[in-house]
Write a protein that binds this ligand. Structure first.
Ligand code: SAH
Length: 355
């Protein structure tokens, strides 16, 4: 066999091994990320799509996301709502406004509401959030509430869990500590974020981790660390999207992440963790007009249309060019339905819990 052909079969062999063992070593992952090509990506996508079909059929779970505050005490170098960005116009929704978004979402068949924000604990302390979760669960007892508020201590997370929160999304961002330090200011810590993820699982949350693909300074070794971490932590959900620069951040001049690598990693996650909840993210839809469809065809099974009030959408700008900021909630909801239908998938009306 010629050298090139040998290389061509090696990554596919590793993908087969991943399918069989549900794990690869760090060295093997580094090899995968160092030498994959388009044929490996379609090989993985086909397997991943088959697994998704076997586990979820042609059903896509939807979650309505309410971005209720863009005020943040943190200063993550990649993020458009970091506290140092004085160009960001800050907003905070009232409890009634958040509840109205959920009510509207319920009428559009959402059975999961995701409440996401910057780390705005000054305005939304855990007691207030707990009250809000209780109100949402009371109004819609057949719905799941997912929180994505950033890092909190165990007592706060326990309080929110007791109030009825079902799930929590907290991307680990990178499983490589040195890389973590290059993405975050010195006052933030890798170990605290990881500890928070472990606490979430212990408290019985369906827990979501995840990364940005192609974030500045990310290497093949970082991605290998991410895959090893995800395989051992076994999150219920994994949020993966490409890094996209924001003009008012220190990372403004870094290139976007690769759409193809994002899709490849989605497929690898699906093969490694067959029943994991895997969203085709908004960032994926931003980097490429049919990115979310491609995500589903690569093994994703969840889409999170925007349920935020039209008036604030443009202000929740994590990165430049974010899609759906001109649309209303029902436009987003039915746009997704059409997009899914065209590729042979259907929206499922249910909470879409991890099984
Ligand atoms: N404050 C919450 C929510 C953060 S925003 C928290 O800390 O978890 C949700 C996700 O958006 C982040 O976890 C990050 O992975 C992603 N994100 C932020 N800036 C981004 C950028 N420039 N490009 C792509 N994704 C970004």
């Amino acid at each position: 066999m010629k050298k090139k052909e040998k290389e061509n079969t090696r990554v596919k062999q590793l993908i087969d091994k991943l399918e069989k063992d549900r794990a690869l070593s760090k060295a093997e992952w580094t090899e995968v990320f160092g030498s994959w090509d388009e044929s490996d990506r379609s090989y993985a996508a086909e397997k991943a799509r088959g697994i998704s079909r076997a586990v979820f059929g042609n059903k896509i779970y939807i979650r309505g996301i309410v971005e209720f505050s863009n005020v943040c005490r943190n200063d993550c170098l990649y993020c458009g709502i970091r506290r140092s960005n004085t160009n960001a116009q800050r907003y905070r929704l009232t409890d009634d406004e958040i509840l109205e978004c959920c009510d509207e979402g319920y009428g559009m068949d959402f059975r999961t509401f995701v409440l996401q924000s910057g780390e705005d604990y000054a305005a939304y302390p855990p007691e207030r959030m707990a009250g809000l979760v209780r109100r949402i669960k009371q109004a819609h007892p057949d719905c799941a509430v997912t929180l994505s508020l950033g890092e909190l201590e165990r007592d706060a997370l326990a309080l929110l869990r007791e109030a009825g929160a079902d799930r929590y999304l907290l991307r680990h961002e990178t499983a490589n500590e040195e890389h973590y330090r290059r993405l975050h200011p010195a006052e933030m810590s890798f170990s605290h974020r990881m500890e928070c993820l472990r606490t979430l699982k212990e408290l019985g949350y369906q827990t979501g981790a995840g990364i940005m693909v192609g974030s500045p300074y990310q290497t093949e070794e970082c991605l290998a660390d991410d895959m090893v971490f995800l395989g051992s932590f076994e999150p219920h959900m994994i949020g993966i999207g490409p890094f996209l620069p924001h003009k008012d951040t220190p990372f403004r001049d870094f290139p976007k992440g690769s759409c193809e690598l994002t899709l490849f990693i989605l497929s690898l996650c699906r093969i490694m963790l067959p029943s994991v909840l895997l969203p085709a993210t908004t960032a994926l839809g931003t980097i490429r007009p049919d990115g979310r469809e491609q995500g589903v065809l690569a093994g994703a099974n969840v889409i999170m249309p925007n349920l935020s009030p039209a008036a604030v959408r443009k202000k929740y700008m994590l990165y430049d060019g974010k899609i759906c900021t001109e649309d209303s909630s029902d436009e987003c909801r039915f746009c997704i339905q059409g997009r899914m239908k065209r590729i042979g998938y259907e929206i499922e009306i249910s909470r879409g819990d991890h099984i």
